[in-house]
Design a protein around this ligand. Structure first.
Ligand code: SAT
Ligand code: MN
Length: 593
């Protein structure tokens, strides 16, 4: 094991030396991000059977990786914020004191890399040459994580160049440990900009650049510095009149962010530019607008449900150079998941665990949280704006969730403070992206509950403050593609037809659509939504846009309880918004629109 890292800057070197002495790896590899390095790691993994090459004819340079069956989704109950004061983590986070972290978790790292290689992965979050970009360095003993980070971030030399002689990098340590859930912890130290993760090799638990760094650590830094680190896609939309607006949209994990980020408009003349599908950093610009960058340059998308109808651009992005995780495998080396394509009757596949699976079997062949990891530039709608150092100006922010009932297709907040209330009271039904029950409604403010690195009461106050400082703040909307009728059928076709909802947003921005006031915000008048060519009766459209007083009164009561859980950290402006909504509902007629 080398004693020094001669080519690295002194603060990085000192940190790595201390780490190596504790983790005791057999070898150390400092990653440069080169093709040769990728090939070396790939062939070693193919050699030991951990990476399965797919059919080179139809899936060039693509691979399948299977995680341990007990390690297939983020584990929120094992994820902690380690701040000195418990109140700084707040009621929506698990908290562990830094002292307990040192006595309970640090020892698990002792000798954890024995017999393994310790990879040092410098990465850059954000475009090369951008003043908004940040450097992180992840130490890991998982070569799968190295290959994934190589897709998700600008990795290797480019990151070290950005860092130069500086000390300003997020320190991430990651070991698979023994993969036992009893010894699995994902810890964040926002004040020190450090992340410790042990016992998981999956997604957001292990690719520390993503939720751990770009969201939990950076959200805390963003608060100190006056900007926003958010769980949002970034999408450019150009109308037939060649007007372009960029929108940022927050949805909880596995609620269709990737689909919306690259939708194929069903209305003629509209085009899309995919800037990001998961994370968005927004800074107030000199022109009074919010400017957004995508810190990542790859996608870690949910495979099941992704198909030629639902997301043709994602399917096109997957033609080559993909790492699949926990999908099923067809004979001949083609990946498969529910929703991708029809199988032959009686066809036998390997399921996500590698066991034989026959068509018609009740349990799915791919894990519901199976993923594809692919460079964003392979997506046909990615025009390269994700590389723009200054980012893109945001005209509108969308909050959305999965709601079978209550929430209409779209409504607009009355102003920024009301918009923060709409985001703070976001509810969505849970998905397979995290362990636990699926389909249960939960409060998920700004889709950030699993990802906010500090007390969410303070986070709401920060949002209010940023908005106040913006002469040209984005307008704020709430959308819900998932409303169902009494028999449980979706009322809205979704996917490419969501352009019709985006068109209404354009019309609101230009002043063309007046909408209709309701106690919860402004809802489209029926005639303002272009539904031509849809199989959508006026009755169903009315149901889709309906704001029901009884349902909203109940909702508002529940929301009130949730907001109270933040105690005196809840900003008074949100308490006011809550009171206003209660009052407006009381005064309203039972059918509000
Ligand atoms: O956190 S992950 O990156 O594993 C997936 C998600 O929740 O979006
Ligand atoms: Mn996400």
């Amino acid at each position: 094991m080398p004693e020094t890292f001669p080519s690295l800057n002194p603060s990085l070197r000192a940190w790595l030396q201390a780490g190596a002495a504790h983790f005791r790896p057999e070898n150390i590899v400092v990653c440069d991000g080169s093709e040769a390095e990728r090939e070396r790691i790939q062939s070693a993994m193919v050699g030991d059977g951990t990476l399965i090459p797919l059919d080179p004819q139809t899936q060039p340079r693509s691979f399948l990786y299977r995680t341990d069956p007990s390690d297939v989704a983020r584990t929120e109950h094992l994820t902690f914020i380690c701040s000195d004061d418990r109140d700084d983590a707040g009621p929506t986070n698990n908290w562990m004191s830094p002292a307990e972290a040192r006595t309970r978790v640090w020892p698990l790292f002792e000798g954890a890399m024995r017999g393994r290689t310790m990879y040092v992965v410098p990465y850059l979050l954000g475009p090369v040459g951008s003043i908004y970009s940040r450097v992180g360095v992840q130490i890991t003993d998982s070569p799968y994580v190295v290959l994934s980070l190589r897709i998700m971030t600008r990795m290797g030399r480019v990151a070290l160049q950005h860092l130069g002689a500086g000390d300003d990098f997020v320190r991430g340590i990651h070991s698979l440990g023994d993969l036992h859930p009893d010894r699995r912890f994902i810890l964040h130290f926002p004040a020190e900009a450090e992340i410790w993760s042990i016992g998981s090799g999956y997604g957001g638990n292990a690719l520390l650049s993503k939720k751990c760094h770009a969201l939990r650590i950076e959200s805390a830094r963003a608060r100190r510095e006056g900007w926003l680190a958010e769980h949002m896609l970034i999408l450019g939309i150009t109308s037939p009149a060649r007007v372009t607006h960029y929108v940022a949209a927050a949805f909880p994990s596995a609620c269709g962010k990737t689909n919306l980020a690259m939708l194929v408009p069903t209305l003629p003349g509209w085009t899309i530019d995919t800037v990001g599908d998961d994370i968005c950093w927004m800074h107030p610009g000199a022109d009074g607008r919010l400017w957004a960058i995508n810190p990542e340059c790859g996608m870690f998308g949910v495979a099941p449900g992704t198909g030629p109808k639902t997301n043709p651009n994602a399917v096109r992005a997957l033609r080559h150079d993909v790492i699949y995780t926990n999908v099923a495998l067809r004979r001949g080396g083609r990946p498969w998941w529910e929703g991708l394509s029809k199988l032959e009757h009686g066809e036998v596949l390997d399921d996500w665990r590698g066991s034989p699976w026959v068509t018609g079997k009740a349990s799915p062949a791919a894990h519901p949280n199976a993923r594809f990891t692919v460079p964003l530039q392979q997506c046909p709608t990615a025009s390269g704006t994700f590389d723009a150092p200054e980012g893109v100006p945001i005209s509108a922010i969308l909050f959305g969730g999965r709601r079978a009932r209550v929430a209409p297709l779209i409504y607009e907040a009355r102003n920024w403070a009301h918009g923060v209330y709409v985001g703070a009271t976001l509810v969505s039904e849970t998905t397979a992206a995290a362990t636990g029950d699926v389909g249960v409604p939960r409060q998920d403010p700004m889709a950030m509950v699993p990802f906010c690195g500090y007390n969410m009461g303070d986070y709401f106050a920060h949002w209010l403050k940023v908005g106040k400082s913006l002469p040209r703040a984005p307008r704020i909307f709430h959308v819900n593609w998932f409303r169902t009728d009494a028999s449980g059928r979706y009322l809205w076709p979704g996917f490419g037809d969501n352009i019709r909802v985006l068109q209404w947003i354009f019309d609101r921005l230009s002043g063309k659509a007046s909408g209709q006031e309701t106690p919860i915000g402004v809802v489209p008048r029926q005639e303002e939504l272009d539904v031509e060519g849809l199989d959508l009766s006026p009755d169903r459209l009315r149901e889709l846009l309906a704001v029901d007083r009884e349902a909203w009164s109940q909702e508002t009561r529940r929301v009130g309880e949730f907001l109270r859980s933040f105690g005196d950290r809840l900003p008074s402006a949100l308490r006011n918004e809550q009171a206003v909504q209660v009052k407006r509902l009381l005064l309203a007629a039972s059918h509000l629109n």
